[in-house]
Design a protein around this ligand. Structure first.
Ligand code: NAP
Length: 263
């Protein structure tokens, strides 16, 4: 069954670039009203202009998910301004490429806040209103790092793995209601995500043809809303990788360590 964005109110975090920005425009093309949140207000306003060019409309707010105390008040504001939110997409995330040999406690805390706790708090803040209406969907954007290997991404992978189980908990506990929880997993995507940044180790060199386009990931996420399965991937090959690791975790990790040693 396909999901129809027409008339849906969709709140998207991490909407100032990459997958979130592409998702905002794709949702708007389908007739959704979009709420956009991230830290960079100038980039959000540009995405909102793109949304309007695509025939849609929406709102934007600056939000720093690492500022945990600001998350619940933000949820209240977004619900008040947008009206009842039909879909929350917890898409915001930030890479932390750092060998576990050098990871600092502050880097660990910040990585967890941005990639897990902020999104979990936003979910908890909106969930009672969704349950009261007995309607809504929460899409948590994870990472193939939780399904393949955590090479120099132990903290980021741990945060996304926490998001995976948080989503699984939601999926169980929402059974019997009309509020749905979806786990959506992209693989390597051509966004600003892997741009070198201070404090991060160098990213993997990725051949350009190994990267998905953000718009294709956005379309896969919209397609995922059309089924009630727990887990969806941006491409079938990603599901196959996840299944290969689940079938033989020791052998899979051994092969990955050998592959990384050859690089
Ligand atoms: N690209 C990939 O290869 C890849 C692979 C697997 C999973 N993912 C996941 O896909 C999602 C989208 O990433 P992307 O690839 O589109 O990368 P991106 O272009 O860097 O987008 C990340 C978004 O998250 C926002 N963000 C970062 N820190 C934030 C904070 N503290 N508070 C609020 N918003 C924050 C950024 O906006 P501001 O900087 O304006 O705050 C930006 O809008 C992330 O969850 C990422 O983990 C990406």
């Amino acid at each position: 069954m396909s999901w129809d964005p027409q008339g849906q109110r969709v709140l998207i975090t991490g909407a100032s670039s990459g997958i979130g920005a592409a998702l905002a425009v794709e949702m708007a093309r389908g007739g959704a009203l979009v709420g956009l949140a991230a830290r960079r207000g100038d980039r959000l306003r540009q995405v909102l202009a793109d949304v309007r060019d695509a025939g849609g409309d929406g709102w934007c707010w600056t939000l720093d998910l690492a500022d945990l105390a600001s998350v619940a008040p933000f949820a209240e504001q977004a619900w008040a301004e947008m009206g009842p939110i039909d879909v929350l997409v917890n898409n915001a995330g930030a890479s932390r490429r750092r060998s576990m040999k050098r990871l600092t406690p502050d880097e660990l805390d910040e990585t967890m806040a941005v990639n897990f706790t902020g999104s979990a708090r936003l979910t908890l803040a909106l969930l009672p209103s969704m349950l009261e209406r007995d309607s809504g969907a929460i899409v948590n954007v994870s990472s193939m790092g939780t399904q393949s290997m955590a090479f120099r991404t132990g903290a980021y992978g741990a945060a996304k793995a926490a998001l995976n189980l948080f989503t699984e908990g939601l999926y169980f506990d929402l059974a019997g209601t009309r509020v749905r929880a979806h786990l959506f997993t992209p693989g390597a995507t051509a966004t600003e995500f892997s741009t070198p940044k201070p404090g991060n180790d160098d990213p993997f060199p990725q051949p350009p043809d190994a990267l998905m386009a953000p718009v294709d990931v956005a379309r896969a996420l919209i397609a995922k809303l059309g089924n009630d399965d727990f887990e969806g991937f941006a491409a079938p090959a990603l599901r196959e990788t996840a299944q290969a690791k689940r079938a033989d975790p020791n052998g899979y990790l051994e092969r990955m360590i050998e592959m990384m040693a050859r690089r």
